[in-house]
Unconditional design. Structure first.
Length: 315
């Protein structure tokens, strides 16, 4: 387990400020190297102490090199390699998250404010992309429910809306005349989904702080839903009484529903969702395909959330 490799560092000493200073020191030491833009996202990583979680799968994690170099983060470009190549320009510290809407205690919290009261956990989760590929990633984070309870949602709050950073100076994918997506990237969950014990706010992966290209410094992880629901680099969390707009549903409602639960029986209009390609298990004609599991294999824990709901109509 990766947790065995984590040094015995008191969690109280690992702060966003200390992580940022360490990144700056490392970056200064390599400032003369060519290709610096692709390096800071990983070179500044700091170890995170985290306890084991009973929610972890026993599947073999995807190689860190693959998980940090093959992903979607359109704010840095539309190709799979673009986030790793371009995310070094992002400054993940200082960072704050605005929490507003139907809550008794609205607040704007620094990352340090958010992390001080929580106990970090390592959770090894399956990740299924709507495009038909998958990974197994050891996240480090804490239940979103812990943060939700601190701000005390009102009885009228039914949904939670999330918003990603807009900073074109640091996110090259947000620059230019023709944009791949409207900004900011937005997502949402029903309140009961957000409160579910599996729903994680991640601040790290592979025993270290999150690389920029994977959503530093704070991202959502909802393992039973397609990956695009797990919004990255969060700057705002709002509690609302109506279903909030989400980026991909707004662009193509017939292709991307609000729920976006992993479901091998509901195909994307342009490809089957019955199987998936696990990254690291071959490529091209030699890529191994494995059956996709309902709710990505988390049905025992989450199926009750959708009792009586038509999962074909509510895809």
């Amino acid at each position: 387990m990766l947790i065995r490799n984590a040094p015995d560092i008191p969690r109280s000493e690992i702060t966003p400020k200390s992580v940022y200073l360490q990144r700056r020191q490392i970056m200064a030491g390599i400032a003369g190297l060519a290709g610096l833009a692709v390096l800071p996202a990983q070179l500044g990583a700091a170890p995170l102490a985290a306890k084991r979680s009973p929610f972890s799968t026993d599947e073999t994690p995807t190689r860190k090199a693959d998980a940090t170099s093959y992903n979607n983060f359109y704010e840095f470009g539309t190709d799979k390699a673009d986030p790793a190549a371009n995310a070094g320009s992002l400054k993940p510290a200082p960072w704050s998250v605005k929490i507003d809407g139907l809550v008794a205690k609205p607040a704007t919290l620094t990352l340090d404010d958010i992390l001080k009261p929580v106990t970090l956990e390592e959770r090894i989760y399956r990740l299924r992309c709507v495009e038909g590929w998958s990974m197994v990633i050891p996240w480090v984070g804490f239940p979103l429910a812990d943060l939700i309870k601190r701000v005390e949602p009102l009885g009228s709050a039914k949904y939670v809306a999330f918003e990603t950073l807009v900073r074109p100076g640091e996110m090259p994918g947000q620059r230019g005349l023709f944009q791949p997506l409207p900004w900011p990237y937005v997502e949402g969950l029903r309140l009961d989904e957000a409160l579910h014990p599996l729903t994680l706010l991640a601040t790290g992966m592979y025993g270290e702080t999150l690389p920029n290209q994977n959503g530093a410094p704070l991202r959502l992880v909802v393992p039973w839903k397609y990956g695009f629901k797990s919004i990255k680099s969060i700057v705002r969390i709002s509690f609302v009484d109506k279903q909030p707009p989400t980026t991909w549903q707004a662009l193509a409602e017939e292709e991307y529903g609000f729920y976006s639960n992993v479901n091998p029986e509901v195909d994307h209009p342009r490809w089957s969702q019955a199987t998936e390609r696990r990254i690291g298990e071959g490529s091209g004609l030699f890529a191994k395909r494995r059956p996709t599991l309902m709710f990505n294999g988390y049905g025992d824990q989450v199926a009750q959330l959708y009792a009586g709901l038509d999962l074909r109509a509510n895809y």
